[in-house]
Design a protein around this ligand. Structure first.
Ligand SMILES: Nc1ncnc2c1ncn2[C@@H]1O[C@H](COP(=O)(O)OP(=O)(O)OP(=O)(O)O)[C@@H](O)[C@H]1O
Length: 304
């Protein structure tokens, strides 16, 4: 019965091709730990989505994302967009092989393959909130499971596409390089509670705790509290940011006077310029404004 078997989606290109290099070791570990599985390699960007839909049609309900945050993002989108299988029947596990691997940091899922597979064997799960983003200037809705952002954040993701071969440090390098050329624009950020118009370097909408290769840009994170953790970084200069670089990684940046934080279950952001990049889970999803809505406790993830 496919229902009890895990379906492994392997992105061979993730983590500078560690997906390809480590596949033998991973499949052997599943066999050693006596876990039944089937698998498929992705052959193109966003192929994860199609593989999920196909596997669901074939009866699979338990998925393992073998790759980075982008691989998981597209698997989550496949599972959330489809309407035939109830979400409560689904389970998602991760073997982190990406560059940033930010989602797994919230749950302490290890990179060690033996340990990561042992966690899958336990099938211990938590229900996590999922976010949706509906773009304002095109008919597109995207789901996300970790952190989304608008402005400088999206610009860094765009720039980082060419620097990922540098590994985890690439995000920090892209951040510093991007600061020299990025111009902050004006955002209007509207919730049911407030409306704020400000020049913003970036605005982050988080469900989990880490983004940008280990940065902690949101406050009081709880992935299942039915709220986004929003951080609006106002007009930071290059000097400001360099002075606070440790705060990006230990989370203290959220206490900086130029950062406004709040929780909300829905937010609409419009931008003064149309060409402001939006990223979700480290994937570029479009430009301009959007409405983000939280879907409380929507997907079950396997965690330690
Ligand atoms: N066979 C493939 N060829 C090219 N791109 C692929 C392939 N399979 C998947 N992708 C795309 O690669 C992108 C990056 O994948 P992923 O984010 O998992 O790896 P990463 O960038 O190394 O890790 P992280 O996001 O954690 O830094 C995703 O958009 C995914 O859809």
């Amino acid at each position: 019965m496919c229902k009890d078997k895990w379906f492994l989606i392997v992105n061979p290109t993730s983590g500078s091709f560690s997906g390809k290099r480590k596949w033998k070791q991973i499949s052997r570990e599943f066999e050693v730990q006596d876990i039944e599985f089937d698998y498929e390699f992705t052959t193109k960007p966003q192929h994860e989505y199609e593989l999920v839909i196909e596997a669901l049609e074939n009866g699979f309900r338990k998925f393992v994302s073998i790759g980075g945050d982008g691989t998981l993002h597209h698997i989550v989108n496949g599972l959330m967009q489809q309407k035939t299988v109830p979400k409560q029947d689904l389970k998602v596990a991760v073997i982190p092989l990406g560059t940033g691997n930010d989602w797994v940091k919230t749950y302490n899922i290890p990179k060690n393959i033996k340990k990561a597979v042992a966690i899958i064997k336990t099938e211990h799960t938590v229900l996590q909130d999922i976010g949706t983003i509906s773009l304002l200037n095109e008919a597109k809705t995207v789901f996300f499971n970790n952190v989304a952002g608008l402005g400088f954040d999206g610009y860094v993701v765009k720039r980082n596409e060419r620097l990922k071969f540098l590994g985890a440090a690439s995000f920090l390098i892209s951040t510093v390089l991007s600061l020299a050329s990025y111009k902050a624009t004006s955002f209007t950020i509207e919730t049911t509670q407030q409306k704020l118009t400000t020049k913003s370097l970036l605005t982050i909408i988080g469900i989990c705790q880490f983004s940008g290769g280990g940065m902690q840009l949101t406050k009081d994170v709880n992935p299942a509290d039915s709220f986004f953790d929003v951080s609006v970084a106002k007009h930071f200069t290059l000097f400001n940011l360099i002075r606070n670089v440790f705060g990006l990684f230990n989370g203290s940046i959220t206490n900086h006077p130029l950062v406004e934080t709040f929780k909300t279950n829905e937010v609409t952001i419009t931008t003064s310029e149309p060409a402001v990049f939006i990223q979700a889970d480290g994937e570029l999803i479009g430009c301009g404004g959007f409405t983000a809505t939280i879907l409380p406790k929507s997907l079950r993830f396997v965690v330690p």
